[in-house]
Write a protein that binds this ligand. Structure first.
Ligand code: FAD
Length: 532
């Protein structure tokens, strides 16, 4: 072990033995395979921790946190493990991974007061399934990884997608959190919850709930989340448009967002759509997977749409530099038609309407098995920046110029870079470059991807040269985004949050961290926070 001192080693092994005895072998795991699996994210591996602790009650979270912090063992908090910003990766051996995915019950749903409380490890898909029979959903209702990604993870790192067209990020749905602090004390963030009554209103004085949204788990362990709900619209549909250039796409997306016409807006380069559509082996694998009955309800619709894509799709994709999908909803068919027409009018002559395959597939299967590998089984790394609409075209031009500087090396090593886009509320544009490269498949990817898809591809050989260039490109893209004034979700340990801040900003945040985690043992390094 890297940490020194017989006494310290004794204290740690004693703590681990006590935790194992209290929690049992199913909730305290220390085999090398499990420790290695839980210390990697979608991008890379961290240091292998001492154990993986998977509590199923709040009391067990308290026990684990108290024991670990008393023995000076760092705690790296993991939800669904679907992130790629080193956000829960241990940076030392003297650590446990606290896996929240089994603390996952839906605790209450209030149809009258429009809120639901879930344990933090509940997935977005499970929350949505529980709310659907009540004709409700959360105002932000999940990222596309929501089959495995948790509500606690989404609230802690900030997520966008379902509901983002109108409401912005996951934070919009947060009414209150229950957290376990480093001391083992429990904090309820809502000021509107009294005597066991659930939180129903967030802005009763200073908003402590907001403080813990997007905190990358650095300020405490979320154990429960109360979310704002809304009625689930009965009718929905989507439109897809092709755009001749990025400026036309950006302007159309911004107009639709400004007018609040779409519930979700997401776009991509036509070249990426062609790359995905051309991956015949994956298409066959998905069909086999669906045919084997392992698909979710609604997937039949998706298959029909996929067949349409096979007939019509590749022809229109051939001539589409950029594509954008606009989803919308309404209470009845007539209102839906009006809403779709309003989007058509808002896009105007900037875009050409084409078959709405992608929009329809997304509506039919919002939470598919998360694709941790890209077409042809390539590894993938998404990065993103959030820009003011007026700033994003300048960034786009700088980014394209930057891509050109790497093109010959990328071609030589089989690295591809494509970009996807989304609107995030009325005034923020999300620009997401995704890097693909051939490399071996990590254990997390093997564990998560549908077996039929893995079987359809040939695993690439280890490719350290491509991996090294991807890492260089990752850092350069983040720097380019910083120079262009980007903000970020999913800060983890990847995006610069504290750099260049005013001293008073830093002092306040450090004081908060010291108050909730005096020894810097909860997710150390997340957000860039380190003990003084
Ligand atoms: C195929 C795919 C699709 C994706 N689609 C989207 C998308 O549409 N939109 C989007 O925004 N992102 C997307 N992501 C990224 C990511 O999955 C999401 O941001 C998701 O919210 C991560 O949730 P998680 O539960 O997996 O969190 P984890 O990856 O486990 O953790 C993320 C962060 O939250 C902290 N954390 C987790 N649980 C807790 C807790 N209970 N208390 C305190 N801290 C906690 C961790 O310490 C870490 O800092 C996608 C990823 C993949 C692989």
């Amino acid at each position: 072990m890297a940490y020194a001192g017989a006494e310290a080693r004794y204290q740690v092994s004693n703590t681990l033995a006590q935790l194992r005895a209290t929690l049992g072998a199913a909730k305290f795991r220390d085999s090398l395979a499990v420790r290695a699996l839980y210390s990697q994210d979608v991008y890379r591996c961290g240091t292998t921790p001492l154990a993986v602790v998977s509590p199923t009650t709040v009391d067990e979270v308290v026990t684990a946190v108290r024991a670990a912090t008393a023995a000076n063992v760092a705690i790296f908090v993991r939800g669904g493990g679907m992130s790629y910003t080193d956000a829960y990766l241990p940076d030392r051996e003297r650590a446990i991974v606290l896996d929240l995915s089994r603390l996952n019950r839906v605790l209450s749903i209030s149809v009258e007061d429009l809120h639901a409380t879930v344990e933090a490890g509940c997935t977005w898909a499970d929350l949505d399934t529980a709310l659907a029979p009540h004709g409700l959903r959360a105002v932000f209702w999940g990222p596309m990884s929501g089959k495995l990604a948790t509500v606690g993870g989404g609230m802690s790192q900030g997520a966008a997608t379902f509901g983002s067209g109108r409401h912005g990020t996951s934070a919009a749905a947060a009414l209150s959190f229950q957290l376990v602090l480093a001391s083992g004390e429990i904090l309820e963030t809502s000021a509107s919850a009294h005597d066991g009554q659930a939180a129903f209103f967030r802005n009763y004085g200073p908003d402590l709930t907001a403080l813990f949204t997007g905190d990358a788990g650095a300020l405490g362990v979320k154990t429960a989340v109360t979310l704002q709900l809304e009625p689930r619209p009965g009718h929905g549909d989507g439109l897809t448009f092709s755009f001749a250039d990025f400026a036309a796409l950006r302007q159309a997306v911004s107009r639709v967002a400004r007018e609040g016409l779409a519930t979700e807006v997401f776009g991509l380069e036509g070249a990426l759509a062609r790359f995905v559509a051309g991956d015949q082996s994956a298409e066959e694998a998905v069909k086999a997977w669906l045919a084997a009955g392992r698909a979710q309800a609604g997937a039949l619709q998706a298959v029909k749409q996929m067949s349409r894509m096979a007939w019509h799709g590749k022809r229109f994709l051939a001539g589409s530099p950029y594509l954008a999908n606009f989803l919308t909803e309404a209470r009845d068919g007539a209102a839906l038609r009006t809403a779709l027409d309003a989007i058509r009018q808002s896009v105007g002559d900037d875009g050409l309407e084409i078959a709405n395959t992608m929009a329809a597939v997304t509506r039919a299967t919002p939470f598919p098995a998360p694709m941790l590998l890209g077409p042809e089984g390539l590894r993938l790394l998404p990065l993103h920046g959030i820009f003011a609409p007026s700033q994003v075209e300048a960034f786009h031009n700088a980014f394209r110029a930057w891509c050109d500087t790497h093109r010959s090396h990328c071609d030589r090593l089989g690295i591809k870079v494509y970009t996807v886009f989304a609107s995030c509320g009325a005034s923020a544009f999300l620009y997401e470059p995704v890097i693909y490269w051939p490399d071996v498949w990590p254990a997390l990817h093997r564990e998560t991807m549908p077996a039929q898809m893995l079987a359809a591809w040939r695993e690439p050989a280890a490719n350290p040269d491509a991996r090294a260039l991807v890492e260089t490109m990752r850092l350069e893209i983040i720097e380019l985004m910083k120079q262009s004034g980007a903000a970020h979700l999913q800060i983890g340990r990847a995006y610069p949050y504290l750099q260049d801040r005013d001293p008073i900003f830093l002092a306040l945040l450090s004081a908060v961290k010291r108050a909730v985690d005096p020894h810097g043992l909860i997710n150390p390094g997340a957000l860039g926070l380190r003990p003084d």
